[in-house]
Design a protein around this ligand. Sequence first.
Ligand SMILES: Nc1ncnc2c1ncn2[C@@H]1O[C@H](COP(=O)(O)OP(=O)(O)OP(=O)(O)O)[C@@H](O)[C@H]1O
Ligand SMILES: [Mg+2]
Length: 311
Amino acid sequence: MEEKKTVLSVKNLSVSFTQYERWIQRTTLLAVKDVSLTVREGELVAVVGSSGSGKSLLAHSVLGILPYNASWSGEISYYGERLTEKRMEKLRGKEIVLVPQSVSYLDPLMKAGPQIRKGKRDQGSRSESLQTLRRYGLDETVEKLYPFELSGGMTRRILISTAVMEKPKLVIADEPTPGLHLEAAKRVLSHFREMADEGAGVLLITHDLELALEVADRIVVFYAGTSVEEAFAADFREERFLRHPYSRALYRAMPEHGFCAAPGAQPYLKDRPSGCPYAPRCELQEARCSREVEYVGLKDGMVRCVKAEEG
Ligand SMILES: Nc1ncnc2c1ncn2[C@@H]1O[C@H](COP(=O)(O)OP(=O)(O)OP(=O)(O)O)[C@@H](O)[C@H]1O
Ligand SMILES: [Mg+2]
């Protein structure tokens, strides 16, 4: 079998923010800490985590669009080569695209059609944008609509159309289904699955594990700014296949497994404990959990838990 090329590789990514308290006191907030993952051709990898766990910062680091007060360290590569700022500038919006989390990425004063075509007016671009719209169940009438005239589902499909016009090799979709009812959300996700099946690498960011499991090949679980587990989607069929206590808690919180939410909440980043961030909520917690915990390979996946190998 032909080995699938690695499209995106993120190694030991950390992102921190410089902030000023009471105008003078400079503090650094470590928002993303030691995140590693890969996305191969034809693969859909879902990053799953609750709000504030650092998912969008991961996406923005890859795309080189972090806010001005952020700095990052680690290694981000695209097809085996470092993704420098200069290289990213050439690829962004073409080979590497973002389907953004916020609909505010659409210009409210510009009709949908020109936004999808990115201002191009030639006949080729026109017929291509129409083809793309049709692929997502829309037609030429939406080209003439302004963003405020579009429904939530239409807006999502317009954002996808805008992103895929250039036939990207890496698609990063940041929470592409908020506000959509289940059927519409599933339809949107099936489009990303299709892109992967056609050969692109897709990184899908979502807080919805259940939906992610419908389309993803692999799942990376985020908690409080770090990756705690990477597993095949198939591993989520049974709790015992999962390696991290937080992933197992997510499993138990799924409706078909009893809706059993773990007590406690994800800590705010400034209150994140040293060592394993999940330790204060973990039934297996012990003294060594307060020391740095490495992210290591285990049973065809990755895990950040000192107890995992024993389990
Ligand atoms: N511009 C910023 N300045 C300071 N801190 C920030 C900034 N942007 C993000 N953060 C911090 O990083 C954390 C992670 O943000 P991020 O947007 O990546 O979360 P997320 O997982 O995408 O959440 P959501 O599911 O709500 O979109 C935030 O909770 C916040 O503490
Ligand atoms: Mg986000």
